[in-house]
Write a protein that binds this ligand. Sequence first.
Ligand code: PEP
Ligand code: MN
Length: 344
Amino acid sequence: MFIQVTNASTDGQLETIRDEVLGAGFSQAIVSLGEEITVINCIGAVAHERKLTLRDYFLNLPGVIGVEIAKTPYRLTSRESHPGNFSVQLNGISIGGNEPIVVMAGPCAVESLEQVKKTADAVKASGAKALRGGAFKPRKSRFAYQGLGEEGLKILAQIGQETCLPIVTEVISPDMVGLVAEYADILQIGTANMNNYELLKAVGQCDRPVILKRGMAAQVDELLLAAEYIVAEGNSRVVLCLRGIRTFETGHTRFTADIGTIPVLKKLTHYPVIFDPSHPAGDRELVTDYSLAAIAAGADGLLIEVHYDPPSAKCDGPQSLYPEQFASLMEKVAALAQIMGRSV
Ligand code: PEP
Ligand code: MN
């Protein structure tokens, strides 16, 4: 169950409510601050009948404006507990809520200082608000390019400073979260790791926003439950990212673009939802159409692969946009955003 508390309540009142929740037999009382209200999520095996009694009791505590019994399996990410939308703040940009659409772009993988510099300059000039690039690449084949590791992080941090673009980069194991967070502004959890619960807990304990990508065979509920592993550790700066799922289609697209899931997530959760058009496409010729479709479906942002010279890319070259293609995409995204009542 969850308790809705007015944001005007005092720390003392919140403390009293938490104590009452724990005293009533719940094992945890997780406080999540919202823009309009604060929610205390009561976690633990407490019988339904007892919850009905407790509901009336909790309703009378000072500061409490509502008490509900959760209907969905996910608690911390469910829209039923939080009215309004949640926006994730980062170095002066905000993702989600009614904020402008945020486009993050850059190469699939960091290859060299020159490659990142040229690509970053190009995406910045076209209006990207963050620079993406993988230093640690979780590849299907052990013999495919695995990334530059810490050297790649240093390159990203340097170019991030020079361009004033926040850095998005992937972290692939719990023991590396501290290292990646030293250099990166936003941590990315890739599709291969959506179910890596120890990694989710580790980024949950880290003071960095997290882009959580949907597992390629994960159901929507599983994505939200995975996000709760992060939020439950105290990190509520989570951005959900759809990036295509595996279906019976194998010949014409790399994955099937799950654009129809954007409004579904928007209905279920108050957390920001972004779309990666590059990985479902697998082909740069599809990336603009997928991006526009995602914005039309309500996405709060895009995560796009761009390379200053895609034929030379060590990873995901065929789906990486040329800088000119990215510039033209950005113009179309801006025009569509206006129709959607937003900006870029
Ligand atoms: C990536 O963003 O380059 C990446 C590896 O993405 P995904 O985890 O969605 O495959
Ligand atoms: Mn990639």
